[in-house]
Design a protein. Structure first.
Lengths: 160, 437
């Protein structure tokens, strides 16, 4: 598999960040950063990373199935994550979630037909004092109202 | 950047640089006594450093509140194995968003805290484990680390002291459980984040089966000022047995939610009324969670005379925890709150221990049914019994974290459960099914 030079440089750094013989530590960072570039974790990617670290694909699968941010299916180009955990719930995060589902016509882990937007109800993301919060890919949006969400989704639908 | 206005009632120690122009840069840090604590520590013996931290009465800020100096003293400094410093930046206890602002606004303070810890146990490598969702903080930390290397505050022979130290960031990928120290170490080794049997504790066998200091971001961030200005000065900010300040996240139904640095022992009522601006819409307080969703909840009556510190909260059979304060007004449905909290723990249970895996799932199902008006009277007792049977029966505290708030809500707000019986709609909303089981 070929990756961008930036990702190759990251892989190189990850594989040398840990004590000798401990390259397996690079597994989760490699998977996450590769997913960011490729959109999801394919079987081909799993084989490639397993080969570079020197572990089996079974081990990679065992580990990646544990982590909620690692996905084996393509997400939307913009992955909208709505927190409904307790601090967000108290600020109507649950209603915001319902609103997002209705607006996009998809549910939890759904993807719009054009592949542009995916939706996920997530657990606490560390924005509790500025609730309700959402994340679009890695960007935080605080104190989100249904109106603000509408505007954001309209922008994301058209955004390249 | 800052996401809320600071309060005049804050005691600014860890947040002293917040709001300064370019507060995250090395230049601003060096202009404001940055790395002076490290230079001082480099002239001290390891025993003196640990003693100073002991004098400060600093206790772990991640939630457990274990005395930091004592934790460091457990590391066998003369062990032939390499020692490691690991920073727990997996902040994910619901209600908590304080480590985020510490890294965002002052990453060098964290690096300096790590360096001082490294001197105290002769460690030469460290990892900052940051939850995957905080990608922008990993980027900020990477820049700070690169700047520190370039200016000789990391790497070989730091500032001519003869001390070498390498620091790396490490990303998580979405798992609450990895905030538990032994699960974090598993994750750091590229494994599923399931907890380890303890003992041995990380001080003896931590990262890569070597002696390790593992502390929360906030704990490390307190260390530079302790060494720079003395442990006694830090201790004096707090109360006996608990020194310094606590980063406190006000969340929920207050007028001015935000992250504030308050001295330990700060009166709870003053915190809600003056720092938080009171309950929004002039409503009354119904329930109070002192430090993250795993803490038992307190009623308004129980807050009489309460202060934000370990002992005051322990007297009320709850915990200071992580500093994630959750405030619920009189219109909050406590059954729904209990359900949402349990839904979280059921999702995050790693499945290793059966009481936690099965207990959280069953409790979520029962609470969901109950909130939807399909509960029966015996469920109320069943919820409490199931939760009590999880207590103390799991490897790590996640089982307890799920059980404790549930038990407290059922015991203190039993009437609200009764109000949902006999097919009655939730009195606080039209019985919507909040969770699809």
């Amino acid at each position: 598999m070929t990756f961008s030079p930036e990702l190759e440089a990251r892989f190189e750094k990850f594989l040398t960040s840990y004590p000798p013989g401990r390259q397996r530590s690079a597994l989760i960072p490699m998977l996450l950063y590769a997913q960011d570039e490729l959109g999801y974790i394919s079987d081909e990617l799993i084989e490639e990373i397993a080969k570079r670290i020197g572990i089996t694909t079974l081990t990679v699968n065992e580990v990646l199935s544990y982590y909620s941010m690692l996905h084996k299916k393509p997400l939307g180009k913009y992955h909208v994550q709505v927190c409904t955990n307790i601090s967000c719930l108290l600020m109507d995060g649950d209603k915001l979630w319902d609103h997002a589902c209705k607006k996009l016509g998809i549910g939890h882990k759904g993807v719009t037909e054009d592949g542009q937007i995916s939706l996920e109800e997530v657990e606490c993301m560390g924005a509790c004092s500025w609730a309700p919060a959402i994340q679009v890919n890695y960007d935080f949006h605080h104190k989100v109202t249904p109106e603000k969400l509408d505007q954001l989704l309209d922008t994301l639908r058209k955004k390249q | 950047m800052l996401y809320n206005e600071p309060s005049p009632l804050e005691t600014k120690v860890l947040t002293r640089r917040f709001g300064l122009p370019n507060s995250a840069t090395l230049k601003t840090y060096l202009d404001t006594e940055g790395y002076q604590g490290f230079l001082k520590a480099a002239k001290m013996t390891p025993e003196q450093i640990i003693d100073e931290v002991k004098v400060s009465n600093l206790r772990g800020r991640g939630g457990a509140g274990f005395p930091t100096g004592m934790k460091w003293s457990f590391v066998p400094r003369t062990s032939p194995k390499p020692k490691y410093i690991v920073v727990n930046g997996d902040e994910s206890e619901p209600g908590t968003c304080k480590d985020r602002v510490l890294i965002e606004n002052d990453p060098h303070q964290l690096i300096e805290g790590v360096l001082i810890a490294a001197l105290s146990v002769d460690a030469h490598k460290g990892y900052v484990y940051i939850r995957g969702e905080y990608r922008y903080l990993i980027d900020i930390m990477d820049v700070a680390i690169a700047d520190a290397y370039a200016a000789g505050w990391l790497g070989k022979n730091i500032q001519g002291t003869g001390f070498d130290f390498d620091l790396y960031t490490h990303t998580g990928a979405g798992a609450y459980e990895c905030g538990e120290e032994s699960a974090l170490l598993e994750s750091l080794e590229g494994k599923r984040g399931v907890p380890r049997i303890r003992p041995p504790f990380p001080a003896v066998s931590g990262a890569f089966q070597s002696p390790t200091i593992l502390n929360n971001v906030e704990t490390f961030c307190a260390v530079p000022s302790i060494i720079r200005d003395g442990g006694a000065a830090f201790a004096a900010l707090g109360i006996p047995k608990a020194g310094g300040t606590k980063m406190t996240c006000l969340t929920g139904h207050v007028n001015k939610p935000g992250v504030y640095e308050l001295r330990l022992g700060f009166p709870v009522k003053q915190m809600i009324e003056e720092v938080g601006g009171g309950i929004r819409n002039g409503k009354k307080l119904k329930a109070f969670v002192p430090g993250g969703s795993s803490c038992p909840v307190l009623t308004a009556a129980e807050l009489e005379g309460a202060t934000m510190d370990y002992d005051s909260m322990a007297q009320r059979k709850t915990m200071l925890g992580s500093g994630g304060v959750i405030i619920m007004d009189e219109d909050t449905c406590m059954v729904k709150a209990a359900l949402r909290i349990m839904k979280f723990y059921a999702h995050e249970s790693c499945g290793w221990c059966i009481p936690c895996r099965e207990g959280t799932t069953w409790l979520r199902k029962i609470l969901d049914r109950f909130h939807a008006g399909q509960g029966v009277r015996s469920d109320i007792t069943l919820i409490g019994d199931l939760a009590k049977n999880m207590l103390g029966r799991t490897f790590c505290p996640l089982g307890d974290a799920a059980a404790m708030p549930t038990i407290s809500i059922v015991e203190k707000f039993r009437q609200e459960f009764e109000d949902h019986l006999d097919g009655k709609p939730c009195p606080y909303e039209h019985a919507e099914h909040m969770v699809t089981v």
